[in-house]
Design a protein around this ligand. Structure first.
Ligand code: IPE
Ligand code: IPE
Ligand code: MG
Length: 247
């Protein structure tokens, strides 16, 4: 076994048992800004910068899939000003920063219903997904206008259409078929789900896929989440006993 002793804390990670798929609910941007008497959009900007760093850290640690919750189907309820600020930040990232990932062997994919996003954002998403499609280092899945219930509804609509067309019998629907019709088709379920900012709820994230995931909740606000926090989460995961319903 190869252990990595980190400089910043005492969490020793077994590099051979790093989770293949980590999912993160990046929460607390607004509170981070409030504490500094800054507008909420400054918190979202700091959050985007934290994500840049965590993507690199996950790649370095050998994680294969990272899924991050960036904008939920419920987040449209926020003020127009905040939604616009988040969309502008996204636009900026898609146009500039994410291209940098290409040389870092990072593949990008968006989950969620992108049709509600502005056309130029949709175009950039498709472009970057296509440009990065052969990268094999780390696969980053960004959840945008994503809701677990909406994803299941869309999957069920597709399966129902196959039944309607006579290609499938209702009683032949399997769990695998449902998984294959989700936005995360072909992606293994996350072993570890992290939520920052002290909230301990799932907020409509990956409802189907987290059936047997381990959860790590931390009070750290997302913009402050760093390599040491990530290693702490992985350490915690590695020291849990996963039973999957067995004894
Ligand atoms: C998470 O931070 C980012 C998004 C939901 C877009 P929040 O904006 O929810 O931050 P808090 O929870 O208000 O602190
Ligand atoms: C969940 O955070 C969504 C994202 C992190 C994108 P929220 O801040 O929207 O969730 P609630 O409102 O606390 O449940
Ligand atoms: Mg929040």
């Amino acid at each position: 076994m190869f252990f990595q002793q980190t400089e910043t804390n005492n969490y020793e990670i077994d590099m051979e048992r790093v989770p293949q798929h980590i999912a993160i609910i990046m929460d607390g941007n607004g509170r981070w800004a409030k504490k500094r008497f800054l507008p909420r959009k400054a918190g979202h900007k700091a959050g985007a910068e934290a994500l840049e760093r965590i993507i690199e850290d996950c790649r370095d640690l050998g994680v294969k899939h990272l899924t991050v919750y960036a904008f939920s189907t419920e987040n449209w309820k926020r003020s127009q000003e905040e939604v616009d600020a988040i969309m502008d930040l996204l636009r900026q990232y898609l146009k500039n920063y994410f291209k940098k990932f290409l040389k870092d062997d990072i593949r990008l994919n968006v989950i969620g219903d992108i049709h509600r996003l502005d056309q130029d954002i949709q175009d950039s998403i498709l472009e970057i997904e296509d440009l990065s499609k052969d990268k094999t280092g780390l696969f980053v899945h960004i959840a945008l206008n994503y809701g677990g219930r909406d994803e299941l509804r869309r999957a069920i609509t597709k399966i129902a259409a196959e039944v309607e067309q006579g290609n499938l019998k209702a009683e032949d629907i399997t769990e695998e078929m449902i998984s294959d019709h989700l936005d995360t088709a072909n992606v293994p379920d996350p072993e570890l789900v992290i939520r920052t900012s002290g909230e301990e709820r799932i907020s409509n994230f990956l409802l189907w896929q987290i059936a047997y995931s381990e959860f790590f909740f931390t009070d750290t606000l997302w913009p402050d989440f760093n390599r040491a926090s990530l290693e702490e989460a992985i350490y915690y995961y590695q020291n849990r006993e996963r039973r999957f319903g067995g004894r």
